[in-house]
Design a protein around this ligand. Structure first.
Ligand code: ADP
Length: 263
């Protein structure tokens, strides 16, 4: 028995296949999101890696921004539910999840048993999202994957006062023109993202620990440490943080497959 989860995000498509025990058989991340061939490519790759075919998949669930337009899956489930489920598997006992993806930021509080209690989402504005970091990395002639190493070299982070991506970009350009070091500018950018994220998390109410982070930005240790400093707590990150939603979707698929078998 196999459950397949596909998370079609704004910037990337992720697929996870789990076996009948809920263990990950294999996974693929394809850096192409909703509206592209990313979902198809990710599926082709995971089937090529595992030797499985659609016919071997007992049940499948799609999640993420592009889930509604993906009709190959048996069911669509919101990314909030899938992230909660995926994180409870990756880091059991998590009570608060911070998910920073390509175009939104979500803060979720879980019950002690891992079910979703409440959540808050910023999807109106690029500030504080992965997109904000992508734009800033480009201005610095860098790549998001290098931001964590640059941040580690910072000695005196600059202030970024604008929350708007466009104005913050102008501020970064003027810091560059003033000769500030790139590491200090990167650290300032991370502090700005952290400030917004911490504000969102506090709106959930009293902060329940342990806290874990999911989404692509969790791979940026500079951003994660800046959020830890703002919230004055530790944040757990799994190596599979980018797959959290797809894993949750695969686990929902498995539950459904097991239910169908029992009927
Ligand atoms: P979505 O689900 O919307 O496609 P993701 O959760 O995949 O978004 O997150 C995408 C964001 O993660 C990108 O905008 C980028 O800022 C960040 N990101 C992706 N890969 C890396 C990496 N290797 N290092 C640091 N940040 C990354």
């Amino acid at each position: 028995m196999y459950g397949l989860g596909i998370d079609i995000g704004s910037t990337a498509s992720k697929v996870v296949i789990v076996d009948g025990d809920g263990e990950i058989v294999d996974w693929v991340v394809c850096d192409l999101g909703a509206g592209t061939s990313g979902a198809k490519q990710a599926l082709n790759q995971v089937f090529a890696k595992t030797g499985l075919t659609w016919g071997d998949i007992t049940y499948s669930v799609a999640t993420g921004y592009g889930r509604q337009r993906f009709d190959q899956a048996n069911k669509q489930i919101s990314e909030i539910s899938c992230h909660a489920k995926g994180m409870s598997k990756l880091i059991p006992g998590t009570r608060t999840i911070i998910d920073i993806g390509g175009q939104d930021v979500k803060a979720m509080r879980l019950q002690p048993d891992g079910t979703l209690d409440t959540f808050i989402m910023n999807e109106k504005c690029a500030a504080g999202t992965g997109r904000f970091l992508d734009v800033m990395a480009r201005v610095l002639e860098s790549d998001v994957s290098q931001l964590k190493d640059l941040d580690a070299k910072a000695t005196d982070p600059v202030e970024i006062s604008s929350t708007c991506t466009v104005f913050a970009e102008s501020e970064v350009i003027s810091h560059l023109a003033n000769g500030e070091s790139i590491p200090d500018i990167v650290a300032g950018i991370h502090n700005s993202v952290a400030h917004r994220t911490a504000g969102l998390v506090r709106r959930l109410g009293p902060i329940e620990e342990p806290i874990a982070m999911s989404g692509g930005v969790a791979r940026n240790a500079g951003a994660v440490h800046a959020i830890e400093r703002q919230l004055e707590t530790n944040i757990a990150v799994s190596d599979l943080c980018k797959l959290c939603g797809a894993l949750g979707a695969a686990l929902y698929a498995l539950e459904q497959a097991q239910k169908m078998q029992a009927e």
